[in-house]
Design a protein around this ligand. Structure first.
Ligand SMILES: [Zn+2]
Length: 494
C-alpha cells in the first residue's frame, strides 16, 4: 500500500517538474495523442502559463469534452486586438493538425510567443472531432462529416464551434486539415503531389474581394517564404483528379465547411491541408506535424505584423454586410473557369521517386458568377414552418416583426419545373421560376421578417433564393422547399 502511494507520488512529481512536452513527442511520433491525452496536456499547459486559459465548449457526439485554449495576456476580450480562431481535426483521420496545435500550445506556455499577445488574441481548438481521432476515422461518432455540416449543423461539434465564433467574433479563422495524395488514379498517372502544406483562401465570390486579395497577395506569399526557409514545400490549395483527367481547381465554392462558413460572414478565413501519410495515419507524422506547425506560425507572425490593417479591413467588410444595400448583386450560381494559364505542377514520380514538373492543361483557377440576383430588403419566412424557424434560431439570425409592410413590394416565387444541373461536378436542382409582386398590405399568413442588413446578409441570399445552387433547398432535410407546381415558401421584401 505504502509502496503504491510512493509510486503515485513519484509519478505526480515527475509530471509537475518535467518540462511541458506533447505526449506524441515523448513517444517519438510513434503514436498520436489520444483525446484523453489532449485534455490532460491542455490542463497541464494552462497551469504552467499566465497567458493560457482553457474551457470546454461542449461535448462530441460520443460524449468527449471539447477543449479549447484561450491564449491572451488578459482573460477579457479586449477590442483593440486581432482575434484569431484556430481549429484542427474536424476529420479524425487527419492527425497532424492536432499535433501541431499541441506544439503551438507548448511553445506558448513556454513563453516563446509572448510578443504576439501585444496584438493578437487567440482561441485554439486542437481537435474538434476527438471520437473520430481515437478511431482514426474521418467522421464523428454519429457518422457525420463535420466539414460538410456548417449550415444544417446536425453535429454537436459543429454547433459548439459556431457558438464560439459568435461569442469570440474572430477576425481570422484557420481550419487545419490533411490531404491524401496517394490515391489510385494518381498512382496510375505515375506521380503524386508532395507539398508539405497547401493553404486555401475563400473562393466564394460573395466574400469581400478585398479580403480575398489580401489573403492571396499578402498572406500566402509570407507563409510560402517561411515554409521554404524551414525546408518545407507549399502550394496554393488545389483539388482535382490526376492531371488532365478532369478539372484542377481551387477547391469548392460552397460555404458549408469550416473555412467558407466563416468567410461568407467576411472573416478572413484559411484552410490548411498538410500532407497525410501513405498509411493515412502515422507515417512521417513528425515531419507532417512540424510542417503544419511552421505554416501556422508563419501566418500568426504575419497577422501579428499586420494586426491593425487586418482588423480594420475585416471590421469594414463586416460593417458593409450589416449595412448591405438592397439591389446589390449577390452570386447564386458560379463555377471555376480557366483563365488561360497553365499550371506547372511539381509531382514526385511514383516509379522513380524523383521530382518532376507536369503541365496541367485543364486548370480552372478562377471563379465566375453564372447567375446573380439583387439583394432584397428582407426575406419573409413562414412562421408555421418549424424547420425554418429552428434554422433561424440555430444561426441566431436577426429577425424583426412584420408590422409595417403596407406599401412595400413583396415578391413571391412560383416553381414551374425543376431540372438537374451539374455545377462544380455536383448535381443540384435548378428550378424554372416565375415571380409575382404584390403590396405588403395583401400579405396573409404568419411570417417572420429576416432583414438582409446583418452579418449573415450574403449567407441569407445564397440560402433563401430558390435558384441558388448553394440554397437551403439543396441541403439535407430542406428538399421540401422546392416542389414543382408549387409556391416557394420564402418571400422577398423589395
Ligand atoms: Zn479534412
Amino acid at each position: 500500500m505504502r509502496k503504491a502511494l510512493y509510486s503515485i507520488l513519484a509519478l505526480w512529481l515527475t509530471a509537475c517538474t518535467s518540462p511541458l512536452e506533447s505526449p506524441t513527442v515523448l513517444r517519438a511520433f510513434q503514436q498520436p495523442a489520444t483525446s484523453q491525452e489532449v485534455i490532460e496536456f491542455v490542463e497541464r499547459a494552462v497551469v504552467s502559463s499566465d497567458n493560457l486559459y482553457h474551457t470546454y465548449i461542449g461535448h462530441s457526439e460520443g460524449g468527449t469534452p471539447l477543449v479549447a485554449v484561450h491564449a491572451s495576456d488578459t482573460y477579457e476580450y479586449p477590442d483593440n486586438k486581432l482575434h484569431v480562431l484556430i481549429f484542427a481535426q474536424q476529420h479524425g483521420n487527419e492527425q497532424s493538425g492536432k499535433e501541431a496545435l499541441l506544439l503551438l500550445i507548448r511553445d506558448m506556455a513556454n513563453g516563446m510567443y509572448n510578443h504576439w499577445f501585444e496584438n493578437l488574441e487567440l482561441w485554439i481548438i486542437p481537435q474538434l472531432n476527438p471520437d473520430g481521432s481515437d478511431m482514426n476515422e474521418r467522421r464523428n461518432a454519429g457518422g457525420i462529416d463535420l466539414n460538410r455540416d456548417h449550415i444544417v449543423q446536425l453535429a454537436p461539434e459543429t454547433r459548439a464551434l459556431h457558438n464560439l465564433f459568435r461569442e469570440f467574433k474572430p477576425h481570422v479563422t484557420i481550419d487545419i486539415h490533411e490531404y491524401f495524395p496517394f490515391r489510385e488514379s494518381w498512382a496510375e498517372f505515375g506521380g503524386y503531389k508532395y507539398f508539405d502544406v497547401q493553404v486555401g483562401i475563400p473562393t466564394n465570390p460573395n466574400v469581400s474581394e478585398e479580403l480575398r486579395e489580401f489573403a492571396l497577395r499578402k498572406a500566402l506569399p509570407h507563409i510560402e517564404n517561411h515554409l521554404n526557409d524551414k525546408g518545407f514545400s507549399f502550394h496554393n490549395y488545389i483539388v482535382g483528379p490526376a492531371p488532365n483527367l478532369g478539372r484542377t481547381r481551387h477547391s469548392t465554392v460552397d460555404f458549408d465547411d469550416g473555412r467558407q462558413s466563416f468567410a461568407i460572414q467576411n472573416a478572413l478565413s484559411f484552410i490548411y491541408e498538410g500532407i497525410n501519410g501513405q498509411d493515412g495515419y502515422i507515417e512521417n507524422l513528425e515531419r507532417r506535424t512540424i510542417g503544419q506547425y511552421e505554416g501556422i506560425v508563419a501566418l500568426l507572425d504575419f497577422l501579428h505584423n499586420s494586426a491593425e490593417e487586418t482588423r480594420n479591413m475585416v471590421n469594414t467588410a463586416q460593417q458593409n454586410l450589416k449595412e448591405a444595400k438592397p439591389g446589390e448583386k449577390v452570386a447564386i450560381r458560379m463555377e471555376h473557369f480557366p483563365d488561360g494559364s497553365t499550371l506547372m505542377l511539381p509531382l514526385t514520380s511514383s516509379k522513380t521517386g524523383l521530382d518532376t514538373l507536369v503541365v496541367v492543361e485543364n486548370f480552372h483557377p478562377v471563379v465566375q458568377t453564372t447567375l446573380e440576383i439583387s439583394r432584397p430588403n428582407a426575406y419573409l419566412v413562414p412562421a408555421g414552418d418549424h424547420q425554418l424557424m429552428e434554422f433561424l434560431e440555430l444561426h441566431k439570425l436577426v429577425i424583426e416583426t412584420t408590422a409595417d409592410l403596407d406599401g412595400k413590394v413583396i415578391t413571391r416565387y412560383f416553381i414551374e419545373s425543376i431540372e438537374t444541373s451539374i455545377d462544380e461536378e455536383l448535381p443540384n436542382r435548378l428550378p424554372r421560376v416565375v415571380t409575382q409582386t404584390f403590396d405588403g398590405n395583401e400579405l396573409t399568413g404568419e411570417y417572420v421578417l429576416v432583414p438582409t442588413t446583418q452579418l449573415h446578409s450574403n449567407f441569407l441570399v445564397s440560402l433563401f433564393e430558390p435558384q441558388s445552387m448553394l440554397g437551403l433547398a439543396q441541403r439535407p432535410g430542406f428538399e421540401y422547399l422546392l416542389r414543382e407546381g408549387e409556391e416557394f415558401g420564402i418571400l422577398r421584401v423589395e
